[in-house]
Design a protein around this ligand. Structure first.
Ligand code: HEC
Length: 228
């Protein structure tokens, strides 16, 4: 970019003085022609000047763009990357959980959490979702197989497999926090530590839980231990 400016600066400089004046001896005799010829010579000179200026401007613009582009991609790159890296942490646990839910759960339980009658139980108002956190973690880690009686009706024609190997404790905390705080659900958040404790507690569990097993972990209804 610094190479362009010297070249362009040299172009305009020789033309105005040198091109117009050295011809004067021959053209003095025929002023009319002189003016025409001089005019003919002037136009290229001005064209050169205009072109030179245009090129200079263009060069400046391009070098300007290039300069800013390089600067943006240099110092700006890391800062943009840092900005992009800074945005995900700005997501709340529930927002991170919402993404996990959308990618893994909504196809059965629906984005609205309403489920599908007879097939997939609703997560809105679900005793399992809103109740004891150990029990909710148990379902999430190891799955659930019917028959299943809920406030929304009977289920059990299908089994939900466990997700223990699919998600980290933090992801499961984000996910279940999302379940407990969405669609009108107003239970408190789930921490990563609570999921870790539950994962260890139910580590020896083989296969999916049944509803009877879940009710042994904790009965339905509000759980005092869940009040943070
Ligand atoms: C393939 C369909 C399917 C997918 C995907 C699925 N589930 Fe389920 N889920 C079910 C079924 C079926 C049941 C009920 C099982 C039964 O009847 O025993 C269930 C039960 C549940 C329950 C217990 C609800 C209650 O009131 O007892 C919760 C909580 C739950 N699922 C959460 C999730 C979450 C969170 C995800 C995403 C990680 C998910 N499910 C993905 C099919 C699915």
């Amino acid at each position: 970019m610094s190479q362009h400016n010297p070249e362009l600066n040299h172009l305009p400089q020789p033309h105005p003085d040198e091109a117009l004046q050295p011809d004067s001896p021959d053209f003095i005799e025929t002023p009319d022609v002189t003016s025409v010829d001089a005019g003919d010579e002037k136009f290229p000179v001005w064209l050169y000047l205009v072109c030179g200026l245009a090129l200079f401007m263009a060069g400046s613009s391009f070098t300007g763009f290039a300069t800013f582009g390089m600067l943006d991609q240099g110092p700006g790159g890391p800062s943009l990357a840092a900005g992009a890296g800074a945005k995900p942490p700005e997501l709340t646990p529930a927002q991170k959980g919402q993404k996990i839910y959308g990618n893994n759960c909504a196809n059965c339980h629906q984005a609205s959490g309403a489920g599908q009658p007879g097939s997939y139980p609703p997560l809105v108002g679900s005793d399992v979702v809103l109740g004891n956190k150990d029990r909710l973690a148990a379902v999430m880690l190891h799955g659930l197989q019917g028959p299943l009686d809920t406030k929304a009706g009977a289920f059990g024609t299908m089994v939900m497999p466990g997700w223990a190997s699919n998600f980290t404790d933090e992801q499961l905390a984000d996910l279940t926090t999302y379940l407990r705080t969405s669609w009108g659900n107003t239970a408190n958040a789930v921490t990563t530590e609570e999921v870790s404790t539950a994962r260890a507690k139910f580590a020896s569990k083989g296969g999916a839980f049944t509803q009877a097993e879940l009710l042994q972990i904790a009965p339905n209804g509000p759980d005092p231990t869940d009040k943070k």
